[in-house]
Write a protein that binds this ligand. Structure first.
Ligand SMILES: Nc1ncnc2c1ncn2[C@@H]1O[C@H](COP(=O)(O)OP(=O)(O)O)[C@@H](O)[C@H]1O
Ligand SMILES: O=C(CO)[C@@H](O)[C@H](O)COP(=O)(O)O
Length: 532
């Protein structure tokens, strides 16, 4: 987990990159993977001052590297979606008078009413989610309004939890705002009107709209950069700040998604997302407002047990080395001789289940697999699940489909080969594994000209095309069927958790037990006009 920056020039070339790793460079906050997992295993937070201090360190690094801040014409950014920051009363006054001789983390040390910000991995607001769904007329109705049923990590439910469980801190809070401005991940925004939903506001906290302010289009220029950054780092007074967004929407911009593409982000979380023209919210997954086309949308699935699970298996089965992890993938065959696993080490988001289950080639649940087989089992199991859920969301893999991979693990060729084989489609990457940062830079550039009507596509047309990095093995198609069969068989095996079995079984609307329904049969393929 890092705070990262990318600077591009007018030709869209990357001219500077820097990063600050939370665990290693800010050890005083004692985080693991940038977070604290609390003893209930549901509450997951990050120290808010760690993020502020990381910004100090990042800007200092950029300055030391000789970046001429005075040439930066616009900046934008993105953050993990759903990280909630609670400012203390008086913070807006403090922000107006920042002394450029001091670090931000010193200046802002008393400016937050909650020192541990709930992050995207938090699952502790189930009660508030249930209350919100009841107030909205049910989970599906809430999904129709906000694009998602109630999710624990969404900011609205975190605000409701703070109000109910820590009334004093809530009263001491001045502006309740997510660190980023991607409002559709809050369970508060009506994704069609693009304004706050009255029902959701009322159910979350009275008069919340007055505290949140009006939601803004994502191309909005918020104003010039603060005088603190002008004096401390030498930014130009005319440098524009363009509205920030969530990391996944920024990544959609950075990869310049095209019709029929599916993006698979392998960051801390694994996410799968698509460009949508018409929202079709469902009980699973999310529909967000599109970050680059104001009238359009994006669909997203989020999987919590992604990189951290692969890391755990790497540490236990591959001597903590990605090279050995990759070698294990190279040395084991596609399909893993029928060995497969489901690794939901913490409460998963998609599907909402917990537990680790390994199955051998005879579909018997086993307590362990050999190290190499375990490595392939985790990666195949994860990608199998990503594909199953993407198809449920309406995604169909057709000739010409590209899988665009991004995020830290997309630098691993062997992992991308498994992705290509399981999706039976070619995998592409962009040169920078950090499409979120690149997308934020592209959005900053677009923000400068959006008012004059220039489209995002036009602004970024000179950007380099994604590179082909993996094509499916000729046998991928044949192997895919037993893979899916395995998944469905596994779903029937004892003592697999009931909800997991149900979850996998529901994948097939025809109630087939031991065979996988082809996408054509499922009647959920996306028509040409739903994908851009
Ligand atoms: N060579 C590699 N093989 C597989 N995974 C990797 C490799 N290098 C980094 N990663 C994974 O990438 C993850 C970080 O991805 P990143 O996109 O930087 O995350 P975030 O944006 O969430 O901070 C780490 O958790 C790590 O497990
Ligand atoms: O919760 C979600 C998406 O809804 C996550 O995707 C977070 O946005 C965290 O992203 P990474 O840190 O894994 O990129």
């Amino acid at each position: 987990m890092k705070l990262k920056a990318v600077v591009i020039d007018g030709e869209l070339r990357v001219v500077h990159q820097s990063g600050v790793q939370f665990d290693a460079e800010l050890p005083e906050f004692r985080t693991q993977g940038g977070v604290h997992i609390h003893t209930d295993r549901l509450t997951v937070t990050s120290p808010v001052l760690m993020w502020v201090k990381a910004l100090d360190l990042l800007l200092d690094k950029m300055k030391r590297a000789g970046l001429d801040f005075s040439r930066v014409r616009a900046l934008s950014g993105s953050g993990q979606q759903h990280g909630s920051v609670f400012w203390r009363r008086g913070a807006s006054e403090t922000l107006k008078h920042l002394d450029p001789d001091q670090d931000l983390h010193q200046l802002l040390q008393d400016s937050f009413s909650v020192s541990d910000s709930p992050v995207w991995m938090d699952s502790s607001s189930t009660q508030q989610c249930e209350d919100l769904q009841a107030a909205a007329g049910g989970a599906l109705r809430l999904a129709e309004i906000t694009g998602s049923r109630a999710y624990e990590r969404f900011t609205g439910n975190q605000i409701a939890k703070l109000r109910q469980t820590r009334a004093e801190e809530f009263q001491d809070t001045e502006v309740r705002a997510s660190l980023h401005l991607h409002s559709s991940g809050m369970n508060l925004l009506d994704i069609r009107t693009r304004n706050w939903s009255e029902i959701c506001l009322q159910a979350t906290a009275p008069h919340l709209d007055q505290l949140l302010g009006a939601p803004l289009p994502s191309t909005s220029v918020l104003g010039p950069v603060s005088s603190y950054f002008v004096h401390r780092y030498g930014f130009s007074e005319s440098c524009s700040v363009v509205a920030f967004t969530g990391d996944n929407p920024a990544s959609l911009a950075g990869m310049r998604l095209q019709p029929g593409d599916v993006a698979v982000s392998l960051g801390t979380s694994d996410t799968v997302f698509l460009w949508l023209q018409q929202p079709r919210p469902a009980l699973e997954g999310h529909v967000f407002c599109n970050p680059v086309e104001q009238q359009e949308y994006m669909a997203l699935l989020c999987f919590k047990n992604g990189s951290l699970t692969r890391e755990r298996v790497r540490n236990e089965c591959a001597g903590a080395s990605w090279e050995l992890f990759s070698a294990a993938l190279r040395d084991t065959p596609l399909g893993n001789h029928g060995n497969i696993g489901f690794y939901f080490e913490t409460m998963e988001i998609t599907p909402p289940v917990i537990g680790v289950h390994r199955f051998d080639s005879a579909d018997c649940e086993v307590s362990s697999l050999s190290p190499q087989v375990e490595v392939r089992a985790v990666v195949e199991g994860q990608f199998l699940s990503r594909r199953l859920h993407a198809e449920r969301l309406g995604y169909s893999i057709i000739p010409g489909t590209r899988v665009l991979a991004t995020g830290g693990a997309s630098s691993n060729k062997e992992i991308l080969q498994v992705l290509s084989d399981v999706f039976n489609a070619p995998v592409y990457t962009i040169d920078l594994s950090d499409s979120t940062c690149l997308g934020s830079a592209y959005r900053a550039l677009h923000g400068l000209v959006a008012e004059s009507g220039a489209s995002f596509v036009d602004v970024v047309k000179k950007a380099p095309e994604p590179r082909l990095v993996a094509t499916p093995h000729p046998k991928a198609k044949e192997v895919r069927r037993p893979l899916y069969d395995d998944a469905l068989l596994a779903s029937e095996a004892e003592p697999c958790s009931r909800s997991l079995r149900q979850e996998l079984h529901e994948t097939c609307p025809h109630n087939h037990r031991n065979t996988f329904c082809s996408p054509a049969e499922t009647n959920t393929s996306v028509s040409g006009d739903t994908l851009r």
